[in-house]
Ligand binder design. Structure first.
Ligand SMILES: [Zn+2]
Length: 85
């Protein structure tokens, strides 16, 4: 599946960045991130039409990216505030 790119350089890199504490978690979460992108109507391209964006899979992807970078958030939906992966 082609991967849409975010504007503004907010797309996390495919390869684990410097400081990544778990390359396995990063790669799994990054794949999940790529698979659950919003479409032009705001719905996840994979989960439509049943789930609003961000879908659960995208929330888990964001949480995984943050976890791979050593961040421990209390809730998955709070893990990527400001996209600090
Ligand atoms: Zn989704």
């Amino acid at each position: 599946m082609p991967e849409p790119l975010n504007a503004g350089g907010q797309t996390p890199p495919i390869e684990p960045p410097t400081g990544c504490t778990s390359t396995l978690i990063w790669r799994l979460a990054r794949r999940l991130y790529a698979d659950h992108q919003p479409g032009p109507d705001g719905w996840c391209l994979n989960c439509r039409p049943a789930i609003l964006y961000p879908c659960v899979a995208r929330q888990l992807a964001d949480f995984g990216l943050a976890t791979a970078m050593g961040h421990t958030a209390a809730a998955p939906h709070l893990a990527n505030k400001g996209h600090h992966w």
